[in-house]
Design a protein around this ligand. Sequence first.
Ligand code: MSP
Length: 716
Amino acid sequence: MSQSSSNRFYLTTPIYYVNARPHLGHAYSTIVCDAIARRKRALGIETWFLTGTDEHGQKIERSAEKAGRTPQEFADAIYSEFRGLWTQLGITNDDFIRTTEPRHIRGVQKLFATLRERGYIYKGSYTGQYCVSDEAYVDGPAGTLCPDCGRVTETVSEENYFFKLSAFEDKLLKFYDENPNFMGPESTRREVISFVRSGLKDLSISRTSFKWGIPVPGDEKHVVYVWLDALVNYMTALGYGSENVQDQENFKKFWPADLHLIGKEISRFHCVYWPAFLMAAGLPTPRAIRANGWLMFDQSKMSKSKGNIVRAETVCAVLGDEALRYYLMREIPFGQDGNFSFDALVQRYNADLANGYGNLVSRVVNMMHKFFAGVVPAPGAPTEAEIKLKASTEAAIAAFGPAFDAFDFAEALKALWSLVAETDGYLTANAPWKKPQDRSEEDHAALQARVLATAAEAIRVITALVYPILPTAAAKVWRQLGQGELAEAAQQAFLTKVAWGGLKPGTRFEEPAPLFPRAEKDAVERMVALEEENNRTAVEAAQAQKEEKKLEENKPATPETAAPAASTTPDQKSAAPQVPDQKPAVPQAPEGQPAAPQVLPEGFPAAEPQITIDDVVKIDLRVAQILVAERIPKADKLLRLEVDLGYEKRQILAGIAQYYEPEKLIGRKIVIVANLAPRKMRGLESNGMLLAASLENSSPVLAGFLEEVPLGARLK
Ligand code: MSP
């Protein structure tokens, strides 16, 4: 791990988008950073650890809109979830930056102005593809899929500010060459170098088609491209852009960063754009960037859009707050993708924490109380067994640090846990709890003293080394071993002094306290059930929000709701984006008619106009069952249906009276557009629209299913 010469270390996590609640994928990067920060501090290095949230951009604007909230309200809610989770997971960040904070906005505008003054920004126009999900420009014709996430890109055509990235091709290649430690792992390094070698085009760094961003200084119709905005957080949090002398000092003290820890999919932004921006601004570049792999679940990257997330809170609820820290760092070789599995998690928890380290500590601390009234005896002369355990402990000390500092956390923990197993074996082989008949009382007491003092010393070393990964458990054990407060020891750089022989005879142990209770047989089921429950509540909450929004929208216009934008307060104005008028996502059926797909020639007609996946997901298609179907007086085309969606019942008016006998429809499962705004027809409200195939020369045919499907199931 590269380290600043000044005995200071500044490290950062990526800042997390607030379009979705935190999940294990986010927790992973943050936990790794926290463990590094804790180790650095306990090595006496002045450490600054930053994390935060990335709150601007089209993606957030759209997510907020979908939820019927302003982007700021939306960001506030998710931001609180991130903060709460980091507290629960024991994350010791020194600062938390939000990109909507004034200190950040001011810094981004300063960097933009600096780049412009130095001649690296010009105005041009961009027509091309954009992936809103990754907030990234993508090469290729209309309809190109994003190479990172596979989603369909959108065509944007805008007047933009451009950054002269092309001027940095050679400079960056030279920089990578001169700083072989700058980026890693090797796969990331190779990928980035090949990307730069294939040629760099100038980069569009502003957008005009939406509002939720930082205004370009002097040209406020543009907002700064979200990646330029986001990357600068690493400096604005330190004080870059501030007029305050203390902030400026702080910036000088910690910049450049010693480590940006990132996910592998955002390497290009960090390893190419970021150093180029900094070089252009005449600022020092970060010392190291390391990319973690993806946490996979059910064979694909855990992410909200794939619907395969697991929340850290679920694991904490069943296995305590630290199991996850250990599991993620032990199980996943850093830099590679790793599979998350509840079974593997519980297995590892029981084997390594409950039956392994936890049980070892409990045996030794209990015996120390039972046989020596909790006071460490003098061990006496070592036999071969103690000499061997001492050698193994010293080998573990020698192996742990370098592996950890090379980001090989799994290897570091493996070395430590082989010492746990060896200490356990040593204890069992010497069985201090059992006196054989042919051993004198005196010899047995000597053996007990030797074995318990030696095993306790090995535990002390294990505990010190594992502290960055299991801080709370380690602090508990430290106390039980009569070593006092580990947090205080960490402030006194105790990790620089980890060596065999630190446990002094006469030390008084504290009472044993449980560490890692064995996970019950149903631990996996409980976690699965918690996730299911959470998903269900999330669907219900989203539904409730939509309902609320619908009601709001249908409220008769009052003077406030009808007021033009100009009468909103400045705050509201900046929080509420101006969204371009939404076109209906599907061709609108004439009143009272089922949706009528275009009648097209035989074969495979092209759907026009093309829509993106973002448009598709806006349509909430659901399975519903018809409970009531009846004709409406004086309306020969319309049927009044009452349908059951599982989570609610509602009324729909459908223009199928000429084609279907109402009685025959009862009990039938159909597909409805559940989020269509309510409309009134013949004085009755219709809350949705059913789907049917519209045929040129015959009656429409209702969409349905051959297999059993639960009511309310979403079609996607
Ligand atoms: N906001 C940008 C980062 C800007 S940094 C200047 C962003 N945000 S994100 O919320 O989409 O992702 C942030 C980080 O979360 C990723 O880089 C990655 O480290 C982590 N992960 C999210 N899902 C993940 C997995 N399934 N597995 C591992 N980490 C992943 O990108």
